[in-house]
Design a protein around this ligand. Structure first.
Ligand code: A3P
Length: 291
């Protein structure tokens, strides 16, 4: 086991981000508020994109906040101790809060809060490719080795924040609850404007056309890639090395096709079908999984 990870409550976590102390703070001291907005994802599924969108919606399309404050201050990760402590003191309303936690752990503290949760989900093949390059450039994951060995780990072994399958199936149990919405990365790509309007409706936020246009423009891949407050280049190089691979890497749907061999894709499909057979939710990529 690499020392990049620590184990808590049966799950692995990158110890640079999550500690036993931070998890205990979350369990015992963190105060959830009913007007909070939670941006929850499995890593590499559109977390930072959703932070930009939610920040812009909160400010009615005005990009000043997005352009002057780093995303980790606008929508802090709840599983980081200092961030969670500051959130308890925060007078922001609503608070935007990010999390990669599996539902199994998150819900132990969230309990019956009425806070809204948006769960963004991405084709696991693209999330795996994105994570592979992220593991090369960041201190949060251990070295991924070859794509072959990384895929085996991603699909069959314990991963930080849980496996993609247990994360997604766990959070999908929230489907149908009034305070829960799931959003796919693929739909954000296909129709960003329509997705922003749906998110506004879910949040009960009314934005005029000009404000919606600004949300769309300022959360585009190219704008975010240029924005130091969104692209993580302000983070110490010890945490992320953008020379190895930029955080804002490609931002496309289907990059797995450029990275998987035919055999790797077949292996992925086989495990996906077996793991997801008990999941009733259908995703846009399901039709392309080989029979
Ligand atoms: P790639 O590595 O495939 O390029 P997360 O924020 O959950 O860590 O996910 C990061 C992934 O989302 C990266 O994917 C990144 O490029 C992509 N991403 C971030 N902002 C985006 C945007 N505005 N449009 C499209 N993709 C975006």
């Amino acid at each position: 086991m690499s020392d990049a990870y620590m184990e808590y409550d049966g799950f692995l976590f990158p110890h640079h981000a999550v500690t036993k102390e931070s998890m205990e703070f979350l369990a015992n001291e963190f105060q959830f508020r009913d007007d909070d907005i939670y941006n929850v994802t499995y890593p590499k599924s559109g977390t930072t994109w959703m932070i930009e969108i939610l920040s812009l919606i909160k400010k009615h399309g005005d990009p000043t906040w997005n352009n002057t404050v780093p995303n980790w201050e606008r929508a802090p990760w709840i599983e980081e101790l200092e961030a969670a402590q500051k959130l308890n003191e925060s007078e922001e309303c609503p608070r935007l809060i990010t999390s990669h936690l599996p539902k199994q752990i998150f819900m132990k503290s969230f309990k019956n809060s009425k806070a809204k949760i948006i769960y963004t989900i991405r084709n696991p093949k693209d999330a795996a490719v994105s994570l592979y390059y992220f593991a090369i450039m960041s201190a949060f994951y251990r070295d991924p080795g070859s794509m072959d060995s990384f895929l085996k780990e991603f699909l069959t072994e314990k991963m930080p924040y849980g496996s993609w399958f247990e994360h997604v199936k766990g959070w999908m149990e929230m489907q149908g609850k009034d305070n829960f919405m799931f959003q796919t990365y693929e739909d954000l790509q296909k129709d960003l404007r329509g997705s922003v309007i749906k998110i506004c409706t879910f949040l009960g936020k009314e934005l005029d056309d000009k404000a919606v246009d600004s949300v769309v423009e300022n959360s585009s891949f190219n704008n975010m890639k240029q924005n130091k407050m969104a692209n993580f280049t302000l983070l110490a190089p010890g945490f992320m090395d953008h020379e190895k691979s930029p955080f804002m890497r490609k931002g496309i749907v289907g990059d797995w096709k450029n990275n998987f061999t035919v055999a790797q894709n077949e292996y992925f499909d086989k495990i996906y079908k077996s793991e997801m057979q008990d999941c009733s939710v259908k995703f846009p990529w399901d039709t392309s999984i080989q029979e």
